[in-house]
Design a protein around this ligand. Structure first.
Ligand SMILES: NC(=O)c1ccc[n+]([C@@H]2O[C@H](COP(=O)([O-])OP(=O)(O)OC[C@H]3O[C@@H](n4cnc5c(N)ncnc54)[C@H](OP(=O)(O)O)[C@@H]3O)[C@@H](O)[C@H]2O)c1
Length: 280
């Protein structure tokens, strides 16, 4: 019988990928969601859904009871990242979960981005309380750009020639599954960046070539983004994302690609690899 793991936010972009990778290793996977019915209907049938509201922590102890390991992933740009992690830690202690893995971000000490600093604070909290916690620090995912690219136009509110170490979420999820099964040393921290530095212009050029149809790259302004895609966001998320775009405009988001290749034991997925896989 394989181990049981609990993945927080299993209906989200990251949680789904991690749950799928854990399932592929033969683990029994419990996935938390505020709406278990939707998680089931969503096709994630191999995951046992457990009702948890991360904002209050309600349901966490039940979700963790009997689990050998837990994957802590907080909703994107959630203002209470530290509180969510604190409640998850308390519940994991109460339920006796032996192994914790925390989904952080590359450069959690980057002072330009409050949501990075919150992850840095959550890392500290976990290290102090549970020194064995494994921390994963991914760069921006290739998958963030995929829907727009497949639709033929990627528009971003930062310069098109800023470089990014875009990483495949599938590769990140493989490392997450390694961490959940104890294959990574206790207390270790891993930066997970993709194998190439790409600008948005290069992202679009590569996609045009691989997809054999035009894919356009376009820059918009922060003001236009705020009035468009940003208009429906809560103020804290808007402020976090505008700060992130300003940082991207200044320096892009690049990291050392070597650790991911070492962890995977094979060349990590390139942007062209992902596009080829998506369109097969
Ligand atoms: N995107 C990237 O490139 C990238 C890179 C590095 C790190 N990260 C980090 O990865 C983490 C996960 O991001 P993501 O985009 O995968 O997450 P996400 O899609 O926002 O998913 C998080 C899930 O949490 C659940 N949730 C539970 N309580 C919630 C609440 N009170 N408010 C909102 N959602 C709640 C939601 O599921 P239900 O609605 O079913 O409850 C949601 O599906 C973030 O912390 C982000 O910083 C992302």
């Amino acid at each position: 019988m394989g181990a049981t793991v609990t993945v927080l936010g299993a209906s989200g972009k990251t949680g789904r990928a991690v749950a799928a990778a854990a399932r592929a290793r033969g683990l029994t996977v419990r996935g938390t969601t505020r709406d278990p019915g939707r998680l089931l209907a969503d096709g994630a049938r191999a995951v046992e859904p457990v009702a948890v509201d991360l904002a209050t922590g309600e349901g966490l102890v039940e979700a963790f009871t009997g689990a050998d390991a837990a994957y802590l992933v907080v909703p994107n740009v959630h203002p209470d990242e530290v509180g969510i992690v604190r409640r998850a830690l308390r519940a994991a202690d109460e339920a006796g979960v032996a192994r914790l893995v925390y989904h952080s971000v590359a450069d959690p000490d980057d002072r330009r981005m409050a949501h990075h600093l919150r992850k840095g604070e959550a890392e500290e909290l976990l290290r102090a309380a549970r020194p064995g916690t494994v921390v994963l620090r991914p760069a921006a995912y290739q998958q963030n750009l995929l829907p727009a690219v497949l639709a033929g136009r990627v528009e971003v509110p930062y310069r098109l020639d800023a470089p990014f170490s875009l990483v495949d979420l599938g590769d990140v999820a493989e490392v997450a599954a390694d961490a959940l099964t104890g294959r990574l040393p206790d207390g270790s921290t891993h930066v997970l960046g993709g194998p190439e530095e790409l600008t948005i212009l290069e992202v679009a050029e590569t996609a045009s070539r691989v997809l054999e149809r035009p894919v356009e790259a376009a820059a918009t302004t922060a003001e236009a983004w705020r009035a468009g895609p940003g208009a429906a966001l809560p103020p804290s998320a808007l402020s976090d994302l505008l700060a992130m775009f300003a940082a991207y405009d200044e320096s892009g988001f690049t990291v050392d690609p070597a650790p991911l290749a070492r962890l995977l034991g094979r060349p990590p997925t390139t942007w062209a690899d992902l596009l080829t896989k998506e369109t097969r």
